[in-house]
Design a protein around this ligand. Structure first.
Ligand code: ACO
Length: 330
């Protein structure tokens, strides 16, 4: 069986910045609380009438195609991870494909909340490893501002908008997605969800009045699960692959809370400079946090580097992937 390697990465962050000062004018909070409890200074917001997650996703994919010198018609599959699709249907992947001129691919969305990129990477790399397809785009795009309640101080400082995309191709070399440990436990449902707008509680005046079309999160409970479950899957993948704190070159954690990231890095015994952290600038962009980190650190990554990726999100769904980086930055 061949390996599936990432041969390019790109991201897109919208220009508009929402600072802690801006948020403290909307709800009873302040920069000090948000920085100490979460570690976010500002986040990006997609503004503009009629623009949804596909706007972010298509810009990341366009940049990916440009950087990798790939023509749109060469792409065979487009997988889009998002919790904030443009519409309930059709898929955001199909809209991104159309905007990018990708005409010879089939395209579909996956929904694994903040773990969407991790789940997408495992499943999309399977399409390549199995020999079915040679050029697969995985894009994660989130307009989190579309389901954030800016009158709720417990959730509104946390989220931002953004997108990241990778190209997956086959390789004979021992590089790429080496191993994955991914779990789902439905115990998470009452603690982290959007209560209305789905088939259980279709949109109505009443549930909109109750703000049920926004993110609902019981932060303290989610925090505990996030730390223990991500740490366990990271330690599991390190042990399975004989990785140590010395042989892990980069740790790429979901950017939900700086305290969660630091707690896991401590358990891995990793030094700070090996940990990708940009939560301060972008907040939690849900499925998009990992590819946005990879794009930002791309120039530092070397062929053969050992990366450990980890995420935790609604469901709950969480896990870790061991990835061997496949190219030196140009
Ligand atoms: N400003 C000031 N005070 C606040 C704010 C705010 N923005 N928000 C909450 N508080 C107050 C609370 O009211 C509470 O006050 P009280 O003690 O008087 O009741 C106090 O601060 C502590 O609140 P907690 O909720 O316990 O705060 P905590 O330290 O847990 O931080 C947070 C909250 C940031 C949400 C944290 O729990 C967290 O990061 N949870 C995990 C998030 C996560 O990983 N989510 C998964 C991915 S997201 C996804 O899948 C969509």
């Amino acid at each position: 069986m061949q390996n599936a390697v990432i041969t390019g990465v790109a991201s897109y962050l919208p220009e508009d910045v929402l600072t802690n000062e801006d948020i403290s004018r909307m709800v009873d909070t302040n920069d000090e609380w948000i920085m100490t409890r979460v570690g976010i200074k500002e986040r990006r917001i997609l503004k503009g009438e009629g623009l949804g997650s596909s706007e972010l996703g298509y810009r990341a994919v366009n940049e990916l195609l440009r950087k990798t010198g790939t023509r749109p018609e060469e792409i065979e599959v487009v997988v889009c991870a998002t919790s904030t699709p443009d519409y309930r249907f059709p898929s955001t992947a199909s809209i991104i494909s159309e905007k990018c001129g990708i005409k010879n691919a089939f395209a579909y969305d996956i929904q694994a909340a903040c773990s969407g990129f991790l789940v997408g990477l495992q499943t999309a790399s399977g399409l390549v490893k199995g020999g079915l397809y040679k050029k697969v785009v995985l894009v994660a795009c989130e307009k989190m501002s579309s389901m954030t309640d800016y009158s709720d101080r417990s959730t509104c400082p946390l989220f931002g908008d953004g997108a990241g995309a990778v190209l997956l191709e086959p390789s004979e070399e021992k590089l790429g997605v080496m191993d994955a440990v991914i779990h789902t436990d439905g115990v998470g449902l009452p603690h982290l969800l959007m209560k209305a707008g789905g088939s259980v509680s279709p949109a109505s005046h009443e549930n909109v009045d109750r703000h049920e079309h926004y993110i609902y999160q019981e932060g303290r409970i989610v925090f505990k699960y996030a730390v223990s479950d991500m740490a366990a899957s990271v330690l599991d993948i390190m042990e399975r692959n004989n990785l140590t704190m010395d042989t892990v070159d980069w740790f790429v954690p979901h950017q939900a809370n700086r305290r969660i990231i630091e707690a896991i890095a401590r358990r891995m015994g990793l030094s700070e400079e090996k940990v990708m952290v940009n939560i301060e600038k972008y907040g939690n962009t849900s499925a998009a946090t990992l590819p946005i980190c990879l794009a930002e650190w791309e120039s530092k990554l070397k062929k053969g580097d050992n990366l450990v990726l980890t995420t935790f999100g609604a469901g709950f769904t969480w896990g870790a992937i061991y990835l061997k980086w496949a190219y030196d930055a140009k």
